[in-house]
Design a protein around this ligand. Sequence first.
Ligand SMILES: Cc1cc2nc3c(=O)[nH]c(=O)nc-3n(C[C@H](O)[C@H](O)[C@H](O)COP(=O)(O)OP(=O)(O)OC[C@H]3O[C@@H](n4cnc5c(N)ncnc54)[C@H](O)[C@@H]3O)c2cc1C
Ligand SMILES: *[C@@H]1O[C@H](CO)[C@@H](O)[C@H](O)[C@H]1NC(C)=O
Length: 614
Amino acid sequence: MRTQQFVLIACLLANLNRDSNAQRGNIITNFFEFLRRGQSDLNIEHVDDGVQLINEYDFIVVGAGTAGCALAARLSENPAWKVLLIEAGGPENMGMDIPILAHFLQLTDINWNYRTQPSDKYCLAMNNRRCNWPRGKVMGGSSVLNYMMYTRGNRRDYDRWAALGNEGWSYRDVLPYFRKYEGSEIPNAEPEFVGRRGPVKIGHPDWRSHISEAFVRAAQEDGLKYRDYNGHIQTGVSYLQATIHKGMRWSSNRAYLYPIKGKRANLHVKKNALVTKVLIDPNTKTAYGVVLSTGGQSYQVRARREVILSAGAINTPQLLMLSGIGPAQHLRDVGIKPIVDLAVGYNLQDHIAPAVSFTTNVSSIRTSDYFEATNIMQYIDGKGLFGLPGAVEAIAFWDLSQPQVEDGWADLEMFQLAGSFEENPATLRAFGIQLDTYNTMYRNVNSDGFMIFPMILRPKSRGRVLLKSNNPFKYPLLHANYFAHPDDLDISVRAVLKTISLLDRPGFKAINARLLERIMPGCAKLPYKSRAYWECYVRHFTYTIYHYCGTAKMGPPTDPAAVVDARLRVYGVKRLRVVDASIMPEIIAGHPNGPVFMIAEKAADMIKQDNNYI
Ligand SMILES: Cc1cc2nc3c(=O)[nH]c(=O)nc-3n(C[C@H](O)[C@H](O)[C@H](O)COP(=O)(O)OP(=O)(O)OC[C@H]3O[C@@H](n4cnc5c(N)ncnc54)[C@H](O)[C@@H]3O)c2cc1C
Ligand SMILES: *[C@@H]1O[C@H](CO)[C@@H](O)[C@H](O)[C@H]1NC(C)=O
């Protein structure tokens, strides 16, 4: 039994003392029925662990995350192609489908558990001054660990990619791919922009607190329009659009692989197998397969047509470098013979949000709600509070550089949570917050609380992924470099101040929303709420929103930092592509799970074209 199921069952058992016998019986029957139904959906294995892989495939896709599942499903539409999808993690289970439990997943073994290198500039409130950087290690990858917040970003993000020299990536070009994967159930979505029939379900959670109503109102009073932020204008406020359906997480695995379960003899899925190297002929510089490690054994599998890396923005650059593709001097330093000298691992980008905590006189989500029979019962019908992704309810996009413009290019996003970190103890470990800081900042509040995360959308700082060694089982070194560019510190402080300023709006006054006045340990010498104090605060609460990307940058041949071209082919190596968040030349102004689906859908078409299938 996995942790999450255990948590739910523990909730259930905790309830037994409080309910009548009849209720208990009902709850347990329904709950286990629910578990069983969930489980029967799960086994999508085409190749059981232990079943023989064949020696050669047409395509090998490395990593069954957001991009990898989509890509494998699309490529195997051609029955003549044999496709192998390789995933380091194991199967999904139903506990992972429960949106409210998202925080807990990071504490389980489906998380790679990466951490940034220590810094004296950021993540100062975290243990050893290192931020946790969770990543999914499971069928579905980070789409199983994520908070399901669904955003496309701004149309100018893609026009910017095109302007950097990447043909075919303007918003006009990529819009059909967004619409292709979207199976949106958002009622007021703009018809010319939304996709309704694609595999990735998108909907509003059906549960709302009074806090979210106040947030949406306050943002409107501040000048934002209520709108579909995935339509033609991004700046505005809205209840959350999420990759959920009937209260369940809609992972890439569920969207793309469940529907073809047992129907594609030409698709093999190998789980619990780590790819340790891409095989490249050093003379012809052609990729011809991979080495994978499973059950303590190492195997070679060959690819007739292409090897495609969809291992995510940390593992893809690691794997490229392990295979001899990367900065030549760095590779030599760790004992790897360079085959192609490319800027792999540079251009690392992420979004951070220095969360701010508030108190209110209306009800927020409390730990005890997880133990409420009514909540569990409602969830068995796919409804209620358990369907709220990590307690996130509403979202707003601001362009602070031109607040008067209705159609802005957002540089700040705020998202609102219906609870506090005190009421969600998993957050202490998930973020790796120092215990004394956690206690000082979050505990013993004695009031309902909520949080707003002001997320910096267009950071200028760039980090780097480096190999620690040539051993593929060792984790790479992650240098986040947050605030390396002074503008990022500046806008982080303005973002916090902007967030607090919303308290003056009638919407928030009506729920008596107040700043939780706590002084950050480590910033106590600075005048409270001065600019210097807030700078110190954001350097302490440098919460990652987990959007690492850019480490195998897409760019034209004239760009010395480019790793792949606009058709996502690795420069200097034949038959090798990267299809995942690594290719983003610049991070998009939103959450990247949707954009990564778009990248995979577009890549699938390019690969089909280049191999004369369409
Ligand atoms: C905690 C968390 C919360 C997030 N919240 C949101 C959100 O609310 N909204 C949003 O839009 N985005 C969110 N994101 C980001 C989003 O989920 C990712 O950007 C997206 O999933 C990246 O997709 P990918 O295909 O690039 O990589 P991944 O989905 O990470 O897939 C990579 C896969 O490759 C596998 N793999 C890696 N190396 C190897 C190897 N050597 N051999 C075999 N397999 C390998 C991994 O196990 C993994 O399954 C969140 C991410 C996290 C971690
Ligand atoms: C919360 O406080 C506001 C402002 O003081 C007040 O108008 C409102 O009635 C209060 N609501 C509740 C539920 O107590």
